[in-house]
Design a protein around this ligand. Structure first.
Ligand code: PGA
Length: 244
């Protein structure tokens, strides 16, 4: 694996890879190792462009190994409010199309998404907590849909999307007017409770967010990813483009 550089800044273990492919293979291996060691692992999963290749590599590894996934639980970070779960751009659809449908032993009842009807934080803690949380990062420093202004004690809740998030996500819709303005997201506290966190960022557009994260000294509500600074087990996985 072409890992170029490994360093520690505050609590964050940073791994710089040559490219997204090498970085995604590394993360897929981490998820695979966890599942292999713990067939009842609880995974926190993310959507978006960032984890797509990781999921592809993971599908390949899991398909080859025939591991039984029937006791694996998954909790997705977020979902739009106001889109049917069957909508092409819903995160339910994303997960189905990019991961779940390729893993026949995974039980759909075990794949959880936040919704206004359930106490998601309780459901996660009743499951024993998240063993490994996968995260992307927004250009504004959001994790999940915890936009700037999110408090460190925030739980799963309905949030208003930041105009920059709506603009960034409009690339997946026919027009910006179709992008939902609200979502339901795990809170910063929900994310922070995960036993291990891997945040990935790829490409030039994420460079300033990663730079800000590296320069942060403590939690700052205006840059929600800074919550990770005080977490005991975080890996930041970046490519050269987002780190240069
Ligand atoms: P992306 O989104 O993976 O599509 O860049 C990440 C995020 O907004 O959290």
């Amino acid at each position: 694996m072409k890992e170029k550089q490994k360093m520690k800044k505050n609590n964050l273990n940073i791994h710089v890879f040559h490219d997204q492919e090498a970085a995604s293979a590394y993360v897929a291996n981490k998820i695979y190792d966890l599942i292999q060691k713990n067939p009842q692992a609880v995974l926190g999963l993310a959507t978006g462009s960032t984890p797509e290749l990781t999921y592809q590599f993971l599908i390949e590894m899991l398909t080859e190994s025939n591991l039984d996934l029937s006791k694996i639980l998954t909790f997705n970070l977020d979902e739009y409010v106001g889109l049917e779960t069957t909508h092409a751009q819903s995160y339910h659809t994303f997960m189905s199309e990019n991961l779940f449908k390729f893993l026949p032993t995974l039980k759909s009842n075990n794949n959880n998404f936040p919704s206004a009807e359930v106490d998601y934080d309780k459901k996660i803690s009743d499951a024993g907590g998240i063993d490994l949380q996968i995260l992307g990062i927004g250009t504004n420093g959001h994790i999940g849909f915890n936009e700037p202004g999110s408090t460190s004690d925030s739980k799963t809740r309905i949030v208003n999307l930041d105009p920059s998030t709506i603009a960034a996500n409009s690339r997946f819709f026919n027009s910006i007017d179709e992008v939902p303005t609200k979502a339901i997201s795990m809170g910063l506290d929900t994310i922070f409770k995960a036993k291990k966190i891997i945040l990935m960022a790829f490409g030039e557009t994420k460079k300033s967010a990663i730079k800000k994260l590296m320069q942060a000294e403590k939690f700052d509500q205006d840059f929600p990813a800074s919550i990770l600074l005080s977490h005991p087990n975080v890996e930041i996985i970046v490519d050269e483009e987002s780190y240069k």
